[in-house]
Design a protein. Structure first.
Length: 523
């Protein structure tokens, strides 16, 4: 009876929940969702392919072999089909919640700065790069949300590091890259605490809790992988060091530290992502300078320059920042850090927003005119970056659509030739030797190749590079069923004199039956 008396109608419950939400959370969520949809709507309403998409039209995403035991469950929310609208909207909703959590973590209150924070989060190039793999977008964005919540509960709740560790383990077990996102949040919030928190003891307690959450979370992740391996009898593939998650080589750490710093710096200044054009380059350097100047002034004005321990700790945190942002390099030096792993950089831009909002607007550590000037500089430079990220995302989607159209056209011509062969029949075994088309016969018409350098892999004008991608594309988009030759068979064929003497497509002798396998020589 007590339970029945406490029950409320659905609309009443929703109303109570909505009223309980802080205005800053609502602003962050709504602005993130709106900007996210506007930025990525083309990808949400079209089928844009990558080399992996061909075999991920339907996949359970059971990526335990890549060290991601929870990805299958996170992606299962939206079914295992590659549904751009469903996966995309869910991912953007998760990003909206993440934006609200970030606003809460950094105590951002000004509406304009909240909108800029949300805009930076949802337009940052890592999001567009992740959308290129739409079939996992929602799962990855849920992992990003969990990595952010891991810090929040650790920071705000007594003994919150325990729940934080569980959330972090779930995040790493879905996609390992977001561990660095949590690390960077920890570093940035500690830099703020060094200015604002009077008790150094409290700061050390926070450091202890953050480190405990991180270490326990990673240990839980490793245990979960090992348990799932035993249950499913699956071996780790070794992809990006996944076969060494529980046995980091100590002697590799010095090289890993070097790689982390080098990788961090090269992405910033020569990665063609943050400084793609002159407007972005100016805004990027302005934001960096603004962050440094505002932090130093706030540090000095609060009298922290007299505290050697705080100065040393601040320097150590700044020095550790590149390592935290590219922790995968420290752990596994040979890992290629592509754009999917760069999400912590969005936090560095957001940190500039936090400093401007907190120290020039709310805490008034600057005189009126310099404070207003800093606010305008922050707003304009951040807007320039967000707007250009919006543009670059859509240029990437334009490029992907163009590649799909070219691939469709090429495969249509190849299928026409294949079907004219007397030996052709459904499920005939085929081998596409050479992968890409011969550039002497199909010169590149790629208009965005240099512009998108650094955004995602640039491999010819097509989404086709080897036999399995040709076979998958023809199966799903041309309704032509072929059987792909094995890697060993294709290797043997490519070394045969008969195949070597064949012309490249579309030459008359570029399609030929060799030892029971239909060979299409592309290059």
């Amino acid at each position: 009876m007590t339970f029945m008396k406490q029950m409320v109608a659905p609309d009443q419950l929703i109303g109570k929940v909505y009223k309980a939400l802080k205005p800053s959370w609502k602003t962050a969520f709504i602005s993130a969702v709106v900007i996210g949809i506007v930025t990525h709507i083309y990808a949400l309403t079209n089928t844009l392919l990558t080399w992996d998409s061909m075999w991920n039209l339907y996949s359970d995403q059971d990526m335990l072999s890549s060290g991601r035991p929870f990805l299958t469950y996170m992606c299962g929310i939206s079914s295992y089909f590659n549904l751009p609208l469903v996966n995309g909207l869910l991912g953007i909703l998760f990003l909206g919640i993440t934006a609200a959590v970030i606003v809460e973590i950094f105590h951002i209150e000004s509406p304009i700065f909240i909108v800029l924070t949300s805009g930076m989060l949802v337009t940052f190039p890592t999001i567009a790069s992740t959308i290129c793999y739409m079939y996992t977008f929602d799962g990855y964005m849920l992992a990003l949300l969990l990595s952010t919540l891991a810090f929040l509960v650790t920071d705000r709740k007594k003994h919150g590091w325990m729940l934080g560790a569980v959330l972090l383990a779930l995040s790493i077990g879905t996609y390992q890259a977001y561990m660095s996102f949590t690390i960077v949040i920890c570093i940035l919030t500690l830099l703020l605490e060094l200015i604002e928190e009077d008790s150094i003891k409290v700061i050390w307690i926070k450091i202890r809790n953050d480190m405990t959450m991180g270490i326990v979370g990673y240990v839980l992740y490793v245990i979960s992988v090992k348990v799932m391996q035993a249950v499913k009898n699956v071996e780790l593939s070794g992809y990006s060091g996944t076969d060494r998650i529980d046995s980091i080589v100590i002697s590799d750490i010095p090289r890993g530290i070097y790689e982390a710093y080098h990788n961090f710096a090269s992405f910033a200044f020569s990665g063609n992502v943050l400084t793609t054009n002159g407007f972005m380059a100016i805004a990027f350097y302005v934001i960096i300078l603004l962050c440094v100047v505002m932090y130093i002034i706030a540090f000095v004005k609060n009298g922290r320059l007299k505290r050697v321990d705080r100065m040393v700790l601040a320097v150590l945190l700044v020095v550790f920042l590149p390592l935290g942002a590219t922790i995968v390099c420290v752990m596994f030096p040979d890992t290629f850090v592509y754009l999917l792993l760069r999400m912590p950089w969005a936090l560095l831009f957001i940190f500039g927003i936090v400093l401007a909002e907190r120290y020039t607007l709310r805490m008034c550590m600057f005189q009126e005119k310099p404070a207003i000037a800093c606010q305008w500089i922050c707003v304009v430079s951040t807007f320039v970056m967000v707007f250009n990220f919006f543009l670059m995302s859509n240029i990437a989607y334009y490029n992907m659509n163009e590649r799909y159209e070219k691939s469709y056209s090429l495969c249509l011509r190849i299928v026409d030739r294949i079907e004219q062969m007397e030996e052709y029949h459904p499920w005939v075994k085929v081998a596409f030797v050479g992968g890409f088309p011969d550039y002497n016969k199909y010169p590149t018409t790629e208009a965005t190749l240099e512009v998108l350098r650094g955004y995602y892999a640039s491999r010819s004008d097509y989404v086709l590079d080897k036999t399995d991608s040709y076979v998958s594309f023809m199966k799903h988009y041309l309704n032509v069923s072929l059987l792909e030759a094995t890697d060993e068979e294709e290797s043997t064929l490519s070394q045969m004199e008969t195949v070597q003497n064949m012309g490249t497509f579309p030459a008359q002798d570029s399609v030929r039956m060799v030892d029971g396998i239909l060979v299409i020589k592309m290059r």
